[in-house]
Ligand binder design. Structure first.
Ligand code: HEM
Length: 376
């Protein structure tokens, strides 16, 4: 609990420092950070001797120099390289009372290692355990209706291409992200530092390339599926009815309320946060100033959104593969049997049978299965 409180205070201090620093430091001319909200940083010990004096008594020891750097706050030194913050050797931050760390880099490191990674890792393990228990307890859902042989087009080729491009990029991002964040705990001891170094380096590059693919395909997926993800009558009943896990599937339109929660929470909100902060970390947003403080804040948003997305999408992937009979087939081939529609999305199926929605939306390719005819 103490660790959690300390980490939260560190995040607050980092966020304050990040914004103060971003405002107080125009590119190339760093300034001293003004204490925010009246909070004063505890004074650091004054150097009692110069570097020259110390190097006489202890040759090679340049501690006074580094003490001087620390005492200078974020006052920039003189450098010939252009660019923001290049003259600042150690980034200070607004400390909270009782803080054990005096540099923003160390504070960020502690938030990452003591808050985001342990709690994020635990959340993902809990999600995996929950899915294993669901599979063990319930097995795959559905499959109670007898197949008719009549097919309904569930996803057009365009929808499937957008979805699979996005899903492939997501899997690359998830695997590389997990290795970069948690690999040192479970891979490094097994494969050794040489191989782990190469692997992490390769995966970091894969992550940076898959990121923009994910960003673009996420926008396409969002625009493609938004129409059928707006809340509709029957969504509340679906949620109250326990999502069909504890009994018969509650009738839903093309997408049920659970899918809509994943769409708005996972694709729109978390996807937007992860993509925005990721593009910022990759320095791909034009006109932005990439300062240490704002990079640290972007990293925290990115990793938290990433971990939450992985936990959420592991449920989506489970239901889209082994969790619901016939769902994967729909996204792979584009077609589902009428019986699947009737069992899993009854209101959508009824609209198709009533002729309100065409059973075949795209121009049918020659190999397309016979689509269901509207009821006479
Ligand atoms: C390997 C990973 C994935 C698999 C196996 C998978 C599988 C599926 C399946 C089978 C469906 C059809 C469900 C239905 O018929 O109702 C579906 C729908 C969908 N998937 Fe995935 N998916 C994966 C990853 C992703 C990712 C990473 C995203 C977005 C970040 C995503 C977004 C969607 C959306 C938006 C839909 C349409 C349903 C809706 O809008 O609520 N999927 N997926």
């Amino acid at each position: 609990m103490q660790r959690l409180i300390r980490s939260i205070l560190l995040i607050a201090a980092l966020a304050v420092s990040g914004s103060v620093w971003a405002q107080a430091t125009p590119a190339g001319q760093a300034d001293e950070v003004a204490p925010a909200g009246g909070a004063t940083a505890p004074p650091l010990p004054k150097p009692d001797e110069t570097n020259a004096q110390r190097s006489k008594s202890q040759p090679g020891n340049n501690a006074p120099f580094w003490r001087g750097v620390r005492n200078s706050g974020n006052q920039a030194g003189v450098v010939s390289l252009p660019g923001a913050e290049n003259g600042v050797l150690i980034q200070q931050f607004v400390q909270y009372p009782g803080s054990r760390v005096s540099t923003a880099g160390e504070a960020w490191r502690q938030v990452r290692n003591e808050l985001i990674l342990p709690y994020g890792g635990a959340l993902m393990l809990i999600a995996a355990l929950g899915l294993a228990l669901l599979y063990w307890g319930k097995g795959p859902l559905g499959g109670h209706e007898t197949e008719t042989g009549r097919k309904i087009e569930r996803f057009t080729a365009f929808e499937r291409a957008a979805h699979w491009a996005n899903a492939t990029a997501f899997v690359i991002l998830a695997v590389s992200g997990i290795v970069m964040a948690f690999g040192k705990y479970f891979l490094l001891p097994v494969i050794g530092s040489t191989l782990f170094g190469w692997l992490t380096y390769a995966l970091k590059n894969a992550h940076n390339f898959a990121g923009p693919v994910f960003a673009v395909s996420l926008i396409v997926v969002f625009l493609t599926f938004i129409r059928d993800n707006f809340p509709r009558s029957g969504d509340l009943a679906w949620l109250v009815g326990g999502a069909g896990v504890f009994g018969k599937e509650v009738p839903s339109h093309r997408f049920n309320a659970g899918e809509k929660v994943v769409f708005w929470g996972g694709v729109f909100l978390l996807g937007g946060l992860a993509v925005g902060s990721g593009l910022f970390l990759d320095k791909l947003i034009p006109g932005m100033e990439y300062l240490r403080g704002s990079m640290q804040v972007a990293h925290m948003i990115h990793s938290v959104a990433g971990v939450l997305m992985m936990a959420m999408f592991s449920l989506h992937i489970y239901l889209g593969t082994i969790g619901v009979k016939g769902a994967y087939q729909g996204m792979r081939t584009g077609y589902v049997d009428e019986a699947w529609g009737k069992e899993n999305h009854r209101l959508w199926y009824d609209d198709i049978k009533a002729g309100k929605i065409p059973a075949q939306r795209s121009a049918a390719p020659r190999s397309a299965p016979a689509a269901a005819a509207p009821a006479k």
